[in-house]
Design a protein around this ligand. Structure first.
Ligand code: SAM
Length: 275
């Protein structure tokens, strides 16, 4: 017997390996195979996958069942390694476990030059820094798609459109570099232990080239200035980066009286090109 049929239920795995959830590691585990398979299917077609934080391996098992040829799973909690070794044995040659901190990985080296996608139920305490790090890498990126679980509030910020309360620096970075969409919400009761808030799965597909192309550091300067004072009009808030913001905005056809939350992602990139 091999594959999923040879593995014990996840609750048994947790009990046997003493994997009581640690809040400091953002551990909220998924046990429901219908849900983990739904996340894996949302990322299909699956080839080589990097998973961040496999923990006891619920999503890892679903990824393998849904046809991932190879999964590289980066886990910081040493207590989970024995449970993950059992999954490796059940799916020979298809799961490689990398013991270590996701914040300190050389992702491009791990990906090894092939097309790789990331699928993860991210630890919430480092989810945004991880995403920003991946999107701040030189472009084109080393990944072909990101299918990720976030707290719903972060998911809403990632996909927010101009004019919405959630639209901000994270929205601009994500949508400048990727097509971003929210796939579905996941109620807190799906996790053990349940987190305080609802979660949501988001998918980001990298654009071949951000539109328009500008330097990331300059884009960040413009969005930091604009959203740093989001109640102010751009002709005022952009004084932090332009000597004469009103003239620049008028030249670009952007209303100087607009606020940062009202202008498009491409407008921020056009402003960055003026720096
Ligand atoms: N994938 C499992 C699931 O869906 O049930 C666990 C998800 S849990 C939300 C987050 C996982 O990330 C935990 O297993 C935790 O130990 C791991 N983790 C937390 N911080 C990490 C880090 N810096 N590097 C790698 N893994 C980390």
């Amino acid at each position: 017997m091999s594959g999923e049929a040879s593995l014990p239920p996840l609750r048994e795995v947790i009990a046997r390996h003493g994997l009581g959830a640690k809040k400091s590691l953002g551990q909220n585990f998924l046990f429901d195979l219908n849900l983990t398979r739904r996340i894996a299917r949302a990322a299909a077609p699956l080839h080589t996958v990097i998973e961040v934080g496999p923990g006891p391996g619920g999503l890892t098992r679903a990824l393998l069942m849904e046809g991932a040829g190879r999964v590289m799973a980066v886990e910081r909690d040493e207590r989970a390694l024995a449970a993950l070794a059992e999954i490796s044995a059940a799916w020979p040659g298809r799961l490689e476990v990398v013991a270590g901190d996701a914040l300190a990985q050389d992702w491009r080296a791990l990906a090894g030059g092939g097309p790789v996608q990331i699928v993860a139920n991210l630890p919430y305490n480092i989810a945004t820094p991880l995403l920003v790090g991946w999107l701040s890498d030189p472009w084109p990126p080393w990944f072909s798609a990101l299918t990720l679980m976030f707290q719903k509030e972060v998911a809403e910020r990632i996909v927010a459109k101009p004019g919405s309360r959630d639209y901000g620096r994270l929205s601009v970075l994500c949508q400048w570099r990727c097509e971003a969409r929210k796939l579905f919400d996941v109620h807190r009761s799906a996790f053990t232990p349940p987190p305080k808030v609802t979660s949501a799965v988001v998918q980001l597909i990298p654009r071949a080239a951000p539109v328009p192309v500008c330097e990331l550091a300059k884009l960040e300067r413009v969005t930091a200035a604009g959203f740093g004072q989001r109640r102010k009009m751009l002709r005022q808030s952009l004084k932090a980066v332009f000597a004469e913001p009103e003239a620049v905005l008028t030249r670009l056809g952007i209303a100087p009286t607009a606020r940062a939350e009202e202008i498009a992602v491409a407008d921020f990139a056009r402003l960055a090109l003026e720096l």
